[in-house]
Write a protein that binds this ligand. Structure first.
Ligand code: ZN
Ligand code: ZN
Length: 363
């Protein structure tokens, strides 16, 4: 089934190449390489022309690439990497078929690699083609949605198992390690990013690293985690309480919760990413905590944990059915503590479907 989707993606790329009069496209980033070929190795470039689809990789991956990428001709790179990639194409006399106008990922090629490619393919015009290559990843197809649902399921299963451990005396690092281990047992390939467990005053750091701090009575504890399942990711956050938090901590929790609910109730197709952000931001501002909401509402997610569209103040991108985005407002008060609540949603024809299901507390 996956291969059918990959075939469609290659055809869509060829259609956008045609519309921009490109004769070939070189795909270099890990995420886009997986998206257009299914190749999960760490090293390789794709060269797509109207007639051909080539995957050039090194000797370690030839067998794997042959298995994973039936729509590609796999070529083995030798010698220095950038030279050999273009060299492998050249040696099989396909250089001509790359034509004169070549699209590439300007945001994913080092200056030195680009210089080598240009040197090896003189007389060609190189055109940054990043958005055409990456934009199709924003709207998820049914295969991708299935994988993301699984990435959510294994992460949530592990979280529910560690919930009884969230009590006085356990360290942040012990909780993070247990969660990571349980996710793998539940079927995750690994965590989709370094797990964040931030207790007490550490909760004021949106991207805290779990450490030796022991959970104590009165703490709010922010747990931000996700799983990688196959080539897809998940991402979610819950804030929990140990014992009875202060009135102020309860207050910022409830404000964050309400801000998140406002977005979840209204987010849908046709709304801009900036408007979605404003739903949460205005609520938190009106409650007097605007200066402590120090990041955007959320981000797209898929093969990468952070990808477009970005839900941020002032952004104008229009949400569409099939976009998978996080909704994660937060309030962080330096020296005191913080709250973040994050759900993962897919935009539907009429609104959104919330993919994450673990319970949230409410004071
Ligand atoms: Zn997160
Ligand atoms: Zn996130």
């Amino acid at each position: 089934m996956k291969q059918e989707f990959i075939k469609n993606r290659i055809e869509a790329l060829r259609a956008s190449m045609k519309s921009e009069n490109l004769t070939a496209v070189i795909v270099t980033s890990f995420e886009n390489r997986i998206y257009y070929s299914g190749f999960s190795g760490s090293n390789g470039w794709l060269v797509v022309t109207p007639e051909e689809a080539l995957l050039v990789t090194d000797g370690r991956y030839i067998t794997q690439a042959g298995k994973e990428c039936p729509h590609y001709e796999v070529l083995k790179a030798a010698q220095s990497y950038e030279y050999s990639i273009i060299g492998a194409v050249k040696d099989r006399d396909a250089k001509k078929s790359m034509g004169g106008r070549i699209g590439f990922e300007a945001s994913n090629l080092t200056v030195s690699a680009f210089e080598k490619v240009r040197e090896y393919l003189p007389g060609k015009e190189f055109v940054p083609f990043d958005s055409f290559i990456a934009d199709p990843r924003k709207v998820k197809d049914s295969y991708e949605l299935g994988m993301i649902r699984e990435a959510v399921r294994v992460a949530e299963e592990a979280y529910m198992q560690i919930l009884p451990m969230v009590k006085e005396g356990v360290t942040e690092l012990e909780l993070a390690t247990e969660l990571q281990y349980r996710m793998k047992l539940a079927g995750a390939d690994k965590e989709s990013f370094d797990i964040i467990i931030a207790s007490g005053e550490n909760g004021a750091l949106p991207h805290a690293t779990p450490g030796a701090r022991k959970l104590a009575a009165g703490d709010l504890v922010t747990i931000d985690w996700g799983a990688r399942f196959g080539e897809y990711t998940s991402d979610m956050t819950r804030t929990l309480a140990v014992g009875e938090p202060s009135e102020k901590m309860k207050k910022i929790y409830n404000i964050t919760y309400e801000a998140q609910m406002k977005v979840l109730e209204k987010i849908g197709p046709g709304m801009t990413t900036g408007e979605a952000d404003a739903l949460s931001r205005e609520h938190i501002k009106a409650a007097g905590f605007g200066e402590y909401y120090v990041h955007g509402l959320g981000h797209g997610l898929g093969i990468a944990i952070h990808e477009d569209p970005r839900l941020k103040d002032g952004e104008k991108e229009v949400l569409k059915p099939g976009h998978v985005v996080t909704v994660e407002p937060g309030i962080y008060i330096p020296g005191e503590g913080g709250v973040r609540i994050e759900d993962l949603v897919v935009i539907t024809e009429t609104g959104c479907e919330i993919l994450t299901t673990t319970p949230k507390m409410k004071f």
